[in-house]
Each structure stands twice: as structure tokens, then as C-alpha cells.
Design a protein around this ligand. Structure first.
Ligand code: SF4
Ligand code: SF4
Ligand code: SF4
Length: 244
């Protein structure tokens, strides 16, 4: 029996789901090993039970809370996909402001028509078994996790900073070129793709388990950006995790 797999979207830009649909070269091979039973972006079918449920997006309304509990009840394994689902991602920047102010800014006079909550990681509401980090999550990461689950193996875990992969790729550090980069505090697994193309890391895979945040701020400000700008960069993907 092939495992029944479903994909669900919550508060998100749907970029992670699109990345899956773009797996054109591998999609037919993937479908030999799994049955996709629910995927709003690609099909109308629905199912009652899922061996693996993939969740994109953060939880940011009472309806989201109700829905994710329902999906969790129907799922054997639940996976958070992309930074919005893993830690709230860019959506969590709204949590830096009073929720009433956010509602008024977005909905104006209609603010009471739309219930909203602080943007939460899926794991803040239900048990999450595995995660695929990044904004968007990469196709390689997604495939590695899916193959591991289908084979009944443990998926890879990433605990080292982006800097380690950057050094292994023999990149010149961008700090030497006058840029600031969040590689020292950001969880790797992306093969330091941004620095490898001359772009500083913005931290989309979230923080390490024990990041040196003060040291990071000091490093960034000593390379010419204001404390305010340094904090903004650290908060971009980590508003739910960083207290500054
Ligand atoms: S993680 Fe990034 S690409 Fe994925 S849904 Fe969120 S904002 Fe979009
Ligand atoms: S460019 Fe960024 S990721 Fe690479 S070594 Fe420097 S700080 Fe680390
Ligand atoms: S280098 Fe940084 S911003 Fe780029 S993909 Fe990796 S974690 Fe994300």
C-alpha cells in the first residue's frame, strides 16, 4: 500500500507548495511511491485520513487553530513545510506590534469583521513530527524528507550554522566584502546557497539551537550598520524566537 499524502496551506504565500509542483522531473517517479489524496493547489479530491500531512503556512486565526487540530487528528505523521510553518517566518513580524494596531492597519474600519491571532508556528498549536526549513523550502530538502519517510528512515537533521557549509564551499566571507550576513546564527542545510552567489544570508532557515545573538549584533554593528538595522535583519525570519 502506498502512503496517503496530503498538503495543506495556512497563512502563507504558497511559495513552498509551488516549489513542490515545480518538481516536474521527479513528479512521476514520486507518484509511483505515494498517493496524493489532498492538495488544494493541484486537485479537488479530499480524504479522511493521511499517512503524511504536509503543512505550509503559520497559524494566525481561530479558524486556523480549529483546522490544524482537525488535520492533526486525521494524520499519522505531520510535517511543517517552510519557515512560515516552522517558526512563523515573515508572518511573525506582525507579532512585533499590538494585534489591534495590526488589524486596523490591514482592515481599517472593518477590523472587527476579521478575527486574527499572532502568527504562530504550527508546533505552537499541535505536535509536529518533522520540519523542512527555508523560505521557500527547497525541493532537495523536501525530497530527502519524503524519501526518508517512505523508506521508514529518520530524515537528516541540520544543527550547524550556514557558515560551516559556506567554508566547505570555499567562499570568501562576505564580511570581507563589506556586507553583513546572518550565517553565524542561522541553521544550515541549504549549502550556503546565498553566500555562494554573493548574497548575504537573511536567516530563512531559522536560528541555531543556541545562537550567540549579542555577538551577532556586535559583529553586524562593527561592520557599519546601525543597531536598529541589525535588529531588523535578525527579526525578519525570527520574530517569534528573538527578544531584542
Ligand atoms: S516559507 Fe516563504 S515561500 Fe514558503 S509559504 Fe512562507 S513566505 Fe511563502
Ligand atoms: S559569508 Fe556569511 S555564511 Fe559565509 S562565512 Fe561569512 S558570515 Fe558565514
Ligand atoms: S543562506 Fe541563509 S537565507 Fe540563504 S537559503 Fe540559506 S538560510 Fe536561507
Amino acid at each position: 500500500m502506498k502512503p496517503k499524502v496530503a498538503f495543506f496551506d495556512f497563512t502563507s504565500c504558497e511559495g513552498c507548495q509551488l516549489n513542490k509542483l515545480n518538481l516536474e522531473n521527479d513528479l512521476l517517479d514520486i507518484l509511483k511511491h505515494i498517493d496524493i489524496v489532498e492538495f488544494r493547489e493541484a486537485m479537488d479530491d479530499k480524504a479522511d485520513f493521511y499517512d503524511i500531512a504536509f503543512i505550509e503556512g503559520s497559524i494566525s486565526s481561530p479558524t486556523c487553530v480549529e483546522r490544524i487540530h482537525d488535520i492533526r487528528r486525521r494524520s499519522n505523521i505531520l510535517v511543517a513545510l517552510g519557515s512560515c510553518a516552522v517558526n512563523g517566518g515573515v508572518n511573525a513580524m506582525k507579532n512585533l506590534h499590538p494585534i489591534d494596531e495590526v488589524r486596523e492597519t490591514v482592515y481599517g474600519d472593518d477590523k472587527y469583521l476579521f478575527a486574527t491571532l499572532p502568527a504562530m508556528a504550527v508546533s505552537s498549536v499541535v505536535k509536529v513530527d518533522y520540519e523542512v526549513r527555508g523560505c521557500p523550502m527547497t525541493q532537495q530538502d523536501f525530497l530527502k524528507l519524503l524519501i526518508s519517510l517512505v523508506l521508514g528512515k529518520q530524515p537528516p537533521k541540520y544543527g550547524s550554522p550556514v557558515c560551516v557549509e559556506c567554508k566547505l564551499s570555499e567562499n570568501e566571507c562576505l564580511y570581507n566584502r563589506g556586507m553583513v550576513c546572518l550565517g553565524p546564527i542561522t541553521r544550515g542545510g541549504c549549502d550556503a546557497i546565498c553566500p555562494s552567489f554573493g548574497q548575504f544570508c537573511t536567516g530563512c532557515r531559522g536560528l541555531l539551537d543556541d545562537p550567540n545573538l549579542d555577538g551577532m549584533l556586535e559583529l553586524m554593528t562593527s561592520h557599519g550598520i546601525s543597531l536598529d538595522e541589525a535588529k531588523k535583519r535578525m527579526l525578519l525570519y525570527n520574530s517569534n524566537e528573538v527578544q531584542l
